[in-house]
Unconditional design. Sequence first.
Length: 485
Amino acid sequence: MWRYVVAPALAVAVLLLAVLPFQVVNAQTVTTGNDDVTYTKESKFIKEFQINDLKEDRGLGGITTDARGMPWFYFSTNATSAVFSFDPSGNKFTRYDVQGETVVDNPVIKLAAGQLVFDREGALWFTDARTNSIGRLANGQIQLIPIPTEKSGPMGIALSPDGGSVWFAEILGNKIGKVDTASAKITAEYSLPEQSGPTFLDFDDSGALWVSLSYSRSVMRIEPWLLASSSAAGMPILSLPKPDSFSPFGIAVANNGKLYLSDHGSSRVIVSDATLQNYTSYWTSPSGSFPATLPSQIVSDDKSGNVYFPEHGGNRIARIDSQGVMTEYEIPTGPLSAAVFAAVSHDGKKVWFTEWASNKVAYLDASAQVPFDAQILQPQQSITLTKSGAASLDVLIKKSAIANGSDNSLGSLSLSQVEVGLTGMTESGLAGVTYHANPPRVNLQENASSSSAESNIQLQARITPSPAIIPRWSRFRLLRRTMTA
């Protein structure tokens, strides 16, 4: 007997709702010499901008936004590195080249894609693996601060809560370091265990620094005020309870105190308390181009409580809102634009990201609402699956307020075919369980004038005969995926 719990919390399976069919609108062939990019299409949620200055070079990395909401992003190859600013109102890119010799091999440059952060004075700080330096850009001039550890692979970067220092992670040096913002000098490097691979960093409201350790399958919590030497003493390392394991990459502490971690070796994002013992696995919907969706950098918007992340292998941008509902947005360029890094504008209205494979910078319009909602109507708190029978979930699909209003920002996005399905638990789907939807899809467009257009779909799930992976238990959570352009 296998037990499937229906609850909005502690979910490791996902209820998938998709607007279908997947329409490629005004499809164009994109000539890039890269099989990962073969088309582009229109989107009601995402706007892309081509960076013509880069030609055929590939090397887009991290991105951030300034106080005006303008994006700044990093670019690097084995021969050059640069910081770009972009004014979308005039479609104008401004390039700031990093002057310095390449001191590392190309694999280091590709691994440690540069990240950026502004300080309180408006100076832009960034990691530059090519020159093994921390860069500072102010008044159009770049200053390089050499990192003492050779070939350190500087990557993640974060401004301390008091604004007095910039902290950075050395993914190959197995260290974290800090720069004094006033003197522009590296004041300390702290050694971490060998093969730990510190990648991204984020401060919580208490001032503690959280670091994802990609190679040791763990995270570290650091209290900077207790650090007294260059050792890792007083830096507790946390891991998921066995037998679960993960490859942490992106990390963010939201304003609700929850820890968000991307598992870059699978298709899930983990939402946990500070102990990493009580957590939820948010499984993204399967990728059509890659074995796993590979959730990447995680960024949070403190105003809304929303958290966003690119799906490197899924070619989507995903959002987990303050109510725990996850929504996925298809990136118009594909099938694999290689979006890894993201940033939320200060007003929370745009989520900017870079596309490595297509040499584009783009943003998700965070204010554009998906025009339908869903609710599980299961009266009991659980359903039980046995080898001899099936169990049902009743789901209510309803047009949202935005679909009924006068806002036409989503243009011709159709609600004529909305499907419900199950996904999660593994990269390829809900292992060991099959389901049948009745009806297969619903049409919320039929009564477009009605403010109460809604339909029910019943999902009937059963154990697959002799499943290769035996499911034990799972809990369901809502996920909305926008599949039309």
